[in-house]
Every structure is written in structure tokens, then in C-alpha cells.
Unconditional design. Sequence first.
Lengths: 324, 366
Amino acid sequence: MPELNLVQAINQALAQEMERDERVVVLGEDVGLNGGVFRVTEGLQAKFGRERVVDTPLAESGIIGASIGLAMADMRPVPEIQFEGFLGPAYDQLVNHAARFRTRTRGAITIPMTVRVPVGGGIHAPELHSDSPEAIYSHSPGLKVLMPSTPYDAKGMLLAAIRDPDPCIFFEPKRVYRSFKEEVPEGDYEVPIGQAKVVSEGDDITVVTWGAPVFQCLAAMDELPDDVSVELIDLRTIYPMDTDTIIESVRKTGRCVVVHEAPRTAGMGAEIATVIQEACFLHLEAPVQRVTGFDTVMPYYKLELDYLPESPRIVQAVRECLAY
Amino acid sequence: MSQATTSEPAAGKRPSDGLSDETLLKWLYDMQLIREFETRTMQAYQQAKIGGFCHIYSGQEACAVGTIGSVEHDDPVVTAYRDHGHALARGMDPKACMAEMFGKITGCAKGKGGSMHMFDKPNHLYGGHGIVGAQTPLGAGLAFATKYEREVLKTTDKKRVCLCYLGDGALNQGAFHEAQNLAGLFSLPVIYIVENNGYSMGTSIARGTTMPDQLTLKAKGYGIEGLEIDGMSVLDVYDKFKPFADACRDEQRPGFVDLKTYRYQGHSMSDPQKYRTKDEVEEFKNRDSIANLVDHLMNKRECLSEDEWTEMQKEIRERVKEAVKFAEESDAPGVEEELYSDVMVNPSKNMSPIGKYIEGAKNPLL
Ligand SMILES: Cc1ncc(C[n+]2csc(CCOP(=O)(O)OP(=O)(O)O)c2C)c(N)n1
Ligand SMILES: [Mg+2]
């Protein structure tokens, strides 16, 4: 089986789905001729033509708004926004429109649009190019919010998202883009939306995370004593959240640490901790801990790793949670 | 409002003829300072001393220097992320500019912003903005404030005009259209200066916007007078921009300038530049604004000798080297003091691990 990195896996998913379904169109700034800022759409325009891989003007509100229009008319638009910070100008279209059409039309009109967005820090980029806004969009009923952390999941989740009848924001962790390769089946497969993955099974403590911090958590597990048995959960879909997997795990371990890059207040960690206390209260041996970014703007690169939930902070939180 | 209400100067006499040799030599100095600064910036970037994204201004020097040279120091300036040139032309200390990119505490934003976030309030520079087009409504607001100060607060008699720069790509952002309508409707003294270098990242202007050869028509749609200027000659910029800016200031109304220029480098430091030819780049380099001005000063004005030019370049090289050295030797912002500071004035528990709000250090250079 060929080994692909995250960029290649996403590129392959796009190419295969465009091949399979003529209604799939890719649009965005420099996605065609240039192949996208991270080269994720490289080669697609040469293969599928300018009608299907559309270089747009610099206009995020227009890109997302037009994609909604396409989707309303049964097309399958896959717009790219170059960085998560540039979702700002498109926020109105996403939250006030895309998210609400199913409800607004009582199911008559749905928006099968998948917005691809590079996300997160760790690549020495400044604010607006390193943020993690997944909670903002998870707080907007009607949007599905995805963040794969591996090439295998990325391909399967992207195929699932494009085929999904609802609007999906498909966050791609930049830090993982080219960080490693793994085997990715050449054929068609889906990784279902809304299903978390147990990366490693364990009995002592549950660690819940998603996106690039999955690898910081794995690094932290290497630093912990061998007799500490960690159950690591990669959420994969932030919303709708696979609460069953979390609850089942925490009922077993009685302890949980949530790790995310986004600022702490009103981050998804807060939601997860609440779900746990609602469903696992009598199983808990310790308060749920959060290892997150701080309530400050993502700093420029000298302080980047101090902001991000790197493994030493995760190790410390796990130890504290175990010792409680 | 019709086109070209600004009167053309009498034949043979150009506004720049009235400028002193000192002024033009200062402009040459500033343009060369920007060029040298950017050369060193690229080097430092390649040596991984500068992180993030870095947009080089080389080729566009006459735009910032010519337009900023046409207005007063207290006229507000706001721009996008390709901002090192505006910062230097506005008088920012090259040390603070370089240190910012190095992510050092002595940078203009304490090394917490980087290349795209050049702010210098004492020099009336209001950024440095990373979201394309986002600065354009800010320009309208800055202009609104100058008008309010004079007409409502009556704290000054002085008529000011705001210079708001944007790229040709930003023409297509919704925010810019709202800003123009506001400026036109409220007659705000803001000049939207489109530094039209022909490309928005890899998208040539003709692939990105309507009427690429008649951009002033866009402004006309908002009742704003527009003007086209060749941005490769600082004298041409002054000759056309100065009377235009004076009129906008005097009549307290907006303006729009299609300032045709070219960037010599890629969009950012990681751009394979598949979208243009080497010949095209050479064509513009042959019309280089600095070479142009040197030629004028040596051969027409005869106020600059070969030796003096060599000396000036040397002096600038030293100054920029010093800026690099300063940036290198400065401290990185401390985690405890700076990661959690400058967010808002009142404390919030989650801002820092110790749950305390910390007042950041003040930058001695600003
Ligand atoms: C809202 C938003 N969308 C996209 C980007 C990414 N981006 C940065 S610069 C740029 C091109 C802008 O071109 P132009 O306005 O012509 O300015 P120039 O780079 O030529 O100075 C793009 C697409 C951004 N920073 N902000
Ligand atoms: Mg441009």
C-alpha cells in the first residue's frame, strides 16, 4: 500500500471524488494554477480543467456564499480558505446561512458543501495563520466540524464530508501536513463523521484530543512511566461529537485530560469536561484537566511552543490527574 | 463627481521641480534604505532568523516614499501586510522593524506580531494588517476621526488626510466596497492607494478583478475621484499625487489612486512564481525607481556625484547591518511577562497559568 502524507492523502481524495462525481467542484484563491498555498490541490486543475478547479478572486465571503448557492442547486462545492484566520470575512455566510438552511427550509434545502481550511499552529506562522477556531464553529448548530490528524483518516473523512448532505468545515492541521507518511488505501473508503478513534487503549487515564496535539500526546505517553496506561482518544470530528466513546472510556479510567490548541475559555475542553461530569460523575477519581492554549492571541513564533500544548505540559497534567 | 477635477500643472513645470535637492536626496536615501532593508530581511529569513510569512517590498519603494512624501507627518497611514516599506518611509526605526521580524522584545510590537504587524503610533502608522482588505474600513474611520476632531471637537484647525494602502487583490474584498461607500457617502478624507503590482499571490489582476485597466471606474461607482499613476517613478508619483492629495485634504473628501507598480520578489518568501516570466520581472527592473532617481539626481539636477551615491549606499548598508545586529542581540520576549500580557486591561483568570494579568513591558523605541 502506498505511503502518503496528509497533503497527498487529501489531494488523492479530491481527485478521486472529482473523478467519481462530476458535481464536485473545487474553488478558492490560487487553488488552480498554483495548486493552493499548501499545494493541496496541486495538479487538479490540469486534470479536471478550469471549470471544475476554479481560481477565484480574493473574496472569502464571495467564495463561501457562491459555494452555498452551488450547493443549494445540488452541486458539491469544496471551497478552500487559505488559512483559518481568513474564515473571518466568510463568517456570516457560514454561520448565518450555510449552517441554517436545513432548519430554515425544514429540510427542503440542504448545503452539501465542504470547506477545507488549514488550521492550527506549530509552523512558525503568526496569528491569523496559527489559530484554532473549531469551538466557534461547533457552537453554530448546523455545521459539522472535522479535524483529521492522520493521512488515512483525512482521506476517508474528506470523502465522507463531500458526500455528506450538510455543510462541513474540514480543518487540516498544518503542523501535520508533511510531518509523516502512512499507508493509505488507493481505493474508496469512508471514515464516518462523528466517530472518534481510540488511538491506544489504556486503563488508568483517558486523554482526549484532536488535530496536531495527537502527536504531542503520543510524545507525552513516551515520557510517562511504563506502568501508566493511557487511553488516547482522537476525536476526529469535533461536532457532532462522539460522546459515547469519551464516556465509555472515562467510566473505565475515572480520569481525563483534554488537550487542545485553542484558548481555554469556552474551548471544546469545557464542553467535554461538562459531558463527562454529566455522564461519569460517580466514576470520576479526579477533576477533568485541560491542557490548552491560553486566553491570549496566538503569539509570534518565539513564544509559539510556550502557547501550544506541548508534551511537557501534557505529562504534568496527566501526573497531577493521576496523583489527585 | 467627475474624473480629473484636480488641475494639471502648467506644461513644462512639474510640482517636483519645486522640491529641494535635500528632499529628493532624502527620498533616494529612504528608497535605498527600504531596498537594502529588504535584502537583509530575505537573508535573515533564509537563515531562519525570521519566522512566519514575510512579504518583500522591493520594487515598490517609490509608492510608499512618493505618497508619504506628499503628505504631512501627522496624516494617518494604514496599510496591509507588505508593510516594511511604509514603516520605514514613515520614519520607523529600522531596528524596531527588524527586531519585530526577529520576534524580539525590542520590535515595534514587542516581537509578538512579526512582519505583517508594523505599528508605530508616534509616526501615525496604524498597521500592518494581515487580513486582506481589513485595513480599508479602518482608513475610513481614521479619516472620520480627523474630520471629527476639526469639525466637532474643534481641537484643531488642521485639515488632515488619511492614506490607506491596499493591493490589487484587496480590490475584490467586500470590506473595501463597504469602506468606499462609507467614504464617498460621508465625504471622508481618505485616499485609497492601490499598489497595483499586477498580482494577488499567483493571480494576475486580469484573472482577479473586472475592468483591470480602468480601476478608477470602480471608485467612480462610489462617487470617488480616481487617478492612475506610474508607481515606478517617485517624481511622477509626487507630481500627480501631491496635487491630488492636496485637493482631497482641502475639500475633505476621498480619493482613489491606481498606483501601477511591481514587486520584484515572490509574493512571500515561499513562492515558486509559476505565474510570471523572468522576462517580465526584468522588464520592470529595467525601469527601477531607484536607478531612475539616481539618474535624475546625477544627470538632470546634478546634485549627486558617483562618489556621494556610493557613500550613501555604504552608509545605508551600515545602518541596516546595525539593525540586524540589534535584532539578533535583543532578547526574545519572556514567557512569563509577554505570553499573557497586552490582551486586555482587566484581568482574566485563564490568561496565564498563574491566573494573573500581567502588564507587558513598554517598548523603549516607541
Ligand atoms: C482575507 C484574506 N484572504 C487571503 C489572504 C492570503 N493572502 C495574503 S496576501 C494575498 C494576496 C494579496 O494580493 P494584493 O492585495 O494584490 O497585495 P500584494 O501581495 O500584491 O501586495 C492573499 C491571497 C489574507 N491574508 N487575507
Ligand atoms: Mg498585488
